[in-house]
Design a protein around this ligand. Sequence first.
Ligand code: COA
Length: 331
Amino acid sequence: MNSLYSVGITGIGSYVPEKVITNYDLCEIVDTSNEWIVERTGIQERRIVDQSLSTSDIGTIAANKALEDSNTNPKEIDLIIVATATPDMAFPSTACIVQKNIQAINAAAFDISAGCSGFIYGLSIGFNFIKAGTYRKVLVIGGETLSKIVNWEDRNTCVLFGDGAGACILERCEEGFGFLTFDLGSDGNNGHLLIQPAGGSRLPASYETVSNRLHTIKMDGREVFKFAVRIIEKSSKEVLRKANIPLEQIDLLIPHQANMRIIQSAIKKLQLEENKVYINLDKYGNMSSASIPVALDEAYKKEFFSKGDIVLLVAFGAGLTWGATLLRWNK
Ligand code: COA
């Protein structure tokens, strides 16, 4: 991308709740088995928030860690973007609640809805605001409390999801480092494959929507699976093409952490070695927009990559949506 300066991640932090729900715990609730869940998904356990906590609470913890990591005073933040499918409420935005919590009094704040691709969408928005010269410091959070919208009686979905939050501070960085390019896309024609039907203007909350559990996640797993495998390959290749970087130069791929078999099928298609792929879904399940920032933070702290390394992030989710970005790590 042509630019006078580059934009990168200067601070990163994440948080997962302490409470662990294992596959064996789920066997007490629905007709499933540890073997089935591990074999079909790769997930062994997931984290669940205390019922008193919301997405803004855990997003705030992650945000404070990212602020600390980049030694940023909250008053310096110009914009807060929260990517979430589980906002605290319809309004005000979760981003405005986080703003209050961290007292980022000089920031504009809004939420975005792009399902599990939300964090990549958020990064691209922050990147573009900084690139355009509008803002200098942007806080991007991916946070979810999916446990609040899971139907705990539906074995098709309840085994898949978990709660967590991750945050990044974006700002100008050394030229040639940071975000190299983005690829975003959506396919609204297939939005019906993954939905939370009620609670919006289409089906406002009523006794009927509650008794029919229409406020919980409904998904056509098989179709989403096929879409995911196809789109990881397509979107990854697209960012590589745009940045003119061959696949061999990637140091680490961090894909959305939904299902081990999706990741394995996609990297086989991409012809990428397994040791270049970061996976933590065994511990957390699918945390939607939080999966990528939590994995990025973990991989960074475990030194899976360092300054100058090329990291590819790729996600897919409700919408349907997808997004990928290539980063030359600048920290
Ligand atoms: N335990 C035991 N059996 C289960 C089960 C569970 N937790 N969940 C589903 N099953 C059953 C189904 O009822 C079905 O039984 P049937 O054949 O008698 O109807 C059988 O297992 C196989 O179902 P199928 O849908 O073919 O399984 P699958 O191999 O496709 O795996 C998913 C199901 C949901 C794990 C998989 O499709 C998936 O991961 N899809 C993508 C989901 C996703 O990533 N969503 C988020 C996107 S951001």
